[in-house]
Design a protein around this ligand. Structure first.
Ligand code: NI
Ligand code: MN
Length: 219
């Protein structure tokens, strides 16, 4: 299993022979060429444009299935995509692993302004590694429950503030989630989500987790 940071909240998870995209706002990274990957599944945490991103185009071209909460999945299906409409709390099985959608405290509207379903965070259980993608969220005590129930190994956390947690709250989230490795996301993409990455690293490391800062330029 290999985890690549495309930028913003977009990640590619590579298994033995497949690629999974999460929040594929991939057009912000000209160095990432999705045409080269064997993408079979796309996960979208919520309907905002910086997360739905290029999901529709990639899904159609690759015949990749979009998994999202039912309202968002139904929107994608109307655009001609193959979809799996799910909801919170149940394991969803795939031939490469399993996934559970969990709460995020945020909003979610579609490009046309209609209701996009509730926003989610997503826990991936792939090849023995549990990766928690927090989506967009504020700090919430749900994260303590997520540790108790799922024990994530790697946490992908928004740190940019303004729309989500900032570095201080994200460091608390890291502690509550108990992950060994924390990867910051959703920062520095826009002027209002500039983050002090050194401060974040310092705060998380004082709680005994490792911070891995992935550089989208090196994808
Ligand atoms: Ni959002
Ligand atoms: Mn966002």
């Amino acid at each position: 299993m290999d985890l690549k940071y495309i930028g913003h909240s977009a990640f590619e998870i590579k298994t033995k022979d497949k690629s999974i995209l999460v929040d594929p706002y991939v057009s912000i990274n000209p160095k990432y060429d999705w045409h080269k990957s064997n993408i079979t599944d796309i996960f979208v945490t919520h309907a905002h444009g910086d997360h739905l991103g290029d999901a529709i185009e990639i899904s159609k071209e690759k015949q990749a299935e979009i998994t999202a909460v039912v309202e968002l999945a139904s929107y994608c299906e109307k655009q001609g995509c193959k979809t799996k409409g799910i909801n919170f709390g149940g394991w969803i099985n795939y031939d490469w692993g399993r996934v559970v959608f969990l709460p995020a405290f945020h909003t979610s509207s579609l490009p046309d302004g209609s209701y996009g379903g509730e926003p989610a965070s997503i826990l991936f259980d792939i090849e023995g590694v549990r990766i928690f993608h927090a989506g967009d969220t504020c700090l919430t005590s749900e994260m303590k429950t997520i540790k108790e129930l799922y024990n994530p190994n790697i946490a992908l956390l928004p740190i940019g503030g303004y729309y989500t947690m900032d570095v201080e709250h994200a460091a608390v989230a890291a502690k509550w989630l108990g992950a060994q490795t924390v990867i910051p996301m959703h920062y520095n993409t826009f002027p209002n989500i500039k983050a002090d990455i050194e401060k974040f690293t310092r705060l998380v490391q004082s709680g005994n987790a490792n911070v891995a800062i992935l550089n989208p330029e090196q994808i």
